[in-house]
Design a protein around this ligand. Structure first.
Ligand SMILES: C[S@@+](CC[C@H](N)C(=O)[O-])C[C@H]1O[C@@H](n2cnc3c(N)ncnc32)[C@H](O)[C@@H]1O
Length: 216
């Protein structure tokens, strides 16, 4: 059992129900019925927002407990969404299919080669005019310094954590923007924020980005 599944089994509603603010602010760029994909959706705090607005939403996560909780919340709230238990590194994103793809707080947990493949898949899954939303930790995140002391450094931003056989990568803004050459940049921010959503209050160094695919 992976560490995410263990965490979801310990508590209900691990990440709370606060929707990422930029998604609310820019949701008016979507037309009624535009399809949305949330990769690594957790219990679906962002996915639910769009499902409640009537968008066809697909949410993917490899924790079956998170996906079950997401479906329970849909039933409680009276809306529908498609939920899939799958590893997002293997999940085949259909090409030119989505108007919004959300990858929030999950892209850090891969080797850079996998990150590249996930982003390429997401880009090809977008319709022209479609948007990708990413929230990810940058190198100001306190976990970067902790990993420098405790984990094996693979490259400048990447660590291998032997204990659970996983990688963690911390982005720079430029390295993330590089994937989206030719895209319109709608939102790009870096911040150092207090996180009160889970566990003891703690801080994160965060990059938030919303980009839109252009024709051609
Ligand atoms: C920090 S949580 C974020 C959840 C959600 N995106 C949010 O912002 O509330 C990271 C999520 O990514 C999922 N995840 C991690 N690696 C994954 C993978 N390879 N395939 C699918 N889901 C994965 C975990 O199960 C977990 O639900």
């Amino acid at each position: 059992m992976n560490s995410w599944e263990k965490a979801y089994r310990k508590t209900d509603n691990l990440w709370g129900d606060r929707v990422d603010r930029s998604l609310i602010e820019y949701s008016s760029l979507l037309n009624d019925g535009d399809p949305v994909l949330d990769l690594g959706m957790g219990e679906g705090r962002n996915a639910h927002y769009f499902a409640a607005k009537g968008h066809p939403v697909t949410g993917v996560d490899y924790s079956s407990s998170a996906v079950r909780r997401c479906q329970e919340l849909c039933i409680e709230s009276g809306f529908e969404m498609e939920t899939i238990v799958a590893d997002m590194t293997q999940f085949p994103v259909p090409s030119s299919s989505y108007s919004l793809i959300i990858i929030s707080n999950v892209l850090n947990f891969f080797h850079p080669d996998e990150i590249q493949r996930i982003i390429q898949k997401a880009i090809s899954g977008l319709v022209v005019g479609g948007m990708i939303y990413i929230q990810a930790f940058n190198r100001n995140d306190p976990a970067y310094a902790r990993n420098e002391k405790m984990a094996k450094k693979v490259d400048q931003g990447t660590f291998y954590r032997e204990k659970n056989d996983t990688y963690i990568h911390f982005f720079t803004l430029d390295s993330l923007l590089d994937y989206f050459t030719g895209f319109e940049v709608l939102v790009v921010t870096e911040s150092y924020r207090l996180d009160l959503t889970h566990g003891e209050p703690h801080h994160h160094g965060i990059i938030e980005m919303l980009v839109r695919k252009q024709a051609g």
